[in-house]
Design a protein around this ligand. Structure first.
Ligand SMILES: NC(=O)c1ccc[n+]([C@@H]2O[C@H](COP(=O)([O-])OP(=O)(O)OC[C@H]3O[C@@H](n4cnc5c(N)ncnc54)[C@H](OP(=O)(O)O)[C@@H]3O)[C@@H](O)[C@H]2O)c1
Length: 281
């Protein structure tokens, strides 16, 4: 199977690449922003799995033009499984090169743009699967569709929670649109997992995450199980638009079930991207 895995160079993504790469017939392309880290990950994965069909493409997924050139490079690759997993938490407000708040740009728009471009280019095969790594952190927040980029009163944790709510709403809307193409899309919460997550920040909040991870987080092996399950398990080949936890369908928050918010988020995302010069549909 041909697999594209964003954020495959550490944490949950790396573990997913280990498991999927151990099936020698699988070809995996890892995407990350750090070239050195990406190349080292490929070397290590080939050594660990003996699968030489693991490669890396550098892309800053918070940049619209970089996602566009990545999608162009992937045009010849017929994809069976797309795993949107790259994500981060930014305690202080940052903007991407496109002047879009970075949590929203990376955690939501990268899933949205890469998936839509690959669908537009028809490189995802019929019977293919899309897996969106969301989070249980989506609970307890509602989208403010007039302030998606938290221009006022930015709070890094709330912004992260909202971006993960976007992942679920995106999954819901996309599943309706691609049913006719015989492609499924599901999302998941991996649990609280010991990874590099949050370590891009400095200060007390970052130390607090490290501390909590040391005491309360599950292993990356356990955390990646639901990602691998959604990507490959035959029992769910016809299931689409659902949110999973521990390899079972789970009910997301009431706000993540809102058809209105799923529709509006879709329209707003199309228009934000269009304003930056990229037409998706
Ligand atoms: N850990 C948890 O407890 C937990 C819980 C729920 C959900 N999640 C979700 O799981 C996903 C993976 O997180 P993780 O915990 O495995 O974190 P991680 O260890 O920090 O891995 C993040 C991955 O994303 C990539 N990435 C970050 N910024 C990028 C950018 N601008 N462009 C391209 N790639 C980028 C990183 O590669 P580079 O460094 O090369 O950019 C890395 O491969 C995220 O979506 C996160 O929200 C995590």
């Amino acid at each position: 199977m041909n697999i594209v895995l964003t954020g495959g160079t550490s944490g949950l993504g790396y573990r997913t690449a280990q498991v999927l790469g151990s099936e020698i017939k699988n070809k995996i392309i890892l995407i990350g922003s750090n070239k050195h880290k990406g190349e080292n990950s490929v070397k290590a994965l080939i050594k660990e799995t003996s699968n030489k069909n693991i490669s890396f493409k550098k892309c800053d997924l918070s940049s619209i033009s970089e996602i566009k050139s990545l999608a162009d490079k992937l045009k010849k690759f017929k994809i069976d499984i797309l795993i949107n997993n790259a994500g981060a938490l930014f305690f202080s407000r940052k903007e991407s090169v496109d002047k879009i708040e970075k949590t929203f740009a990376l955690n939501h728009l990268s899933y949205f743009i890469l998936t839509n471009l690959l669908l537009k280019y028809k490189v995802i095969k019929k019977g293919g699967r899309i897996v969106n790594v969301a989070s249980g952190a989506h609970r307890g927040v509602k989208l403010d569709l007039n302030n998606l980029e938290m221009i006022r009163n930015y709070n890094g944790w709330i912004s992260y929670k909202k971006s993960k709510l976007c992942n679920i709403l995106f999954t819901k809307k996309l599943s309706e649109l691609i049913k006719k193409n015989n492609i499924t899309v599901n999302c998941l919460h991996p649990g609280f997992v010991k990874t590099q997550f949050g370590k891009n920040n400095s200060g007390l909040a970052s130390l607090a995450i490290k501390f909590l991870m040391n005491f309360f987080a599950i292993s990356v092996e356990e955390g990646a199980e639901t990602i691998v399950f959604l990507a490959t398990d035959k029992s769910i080949k016809n299931i689409t638009g659902k949110y999973f936890y521990q390899s079972k369908i789970d009910q997301p928050s009431i706000f993540a079930q809102s058809q209105r918010d799923a529709d509006l988020l879709w329209e707003k995302s199309i228009s934000i991207v269009k304003n930056k010069g990229l037409t998706l549909v």
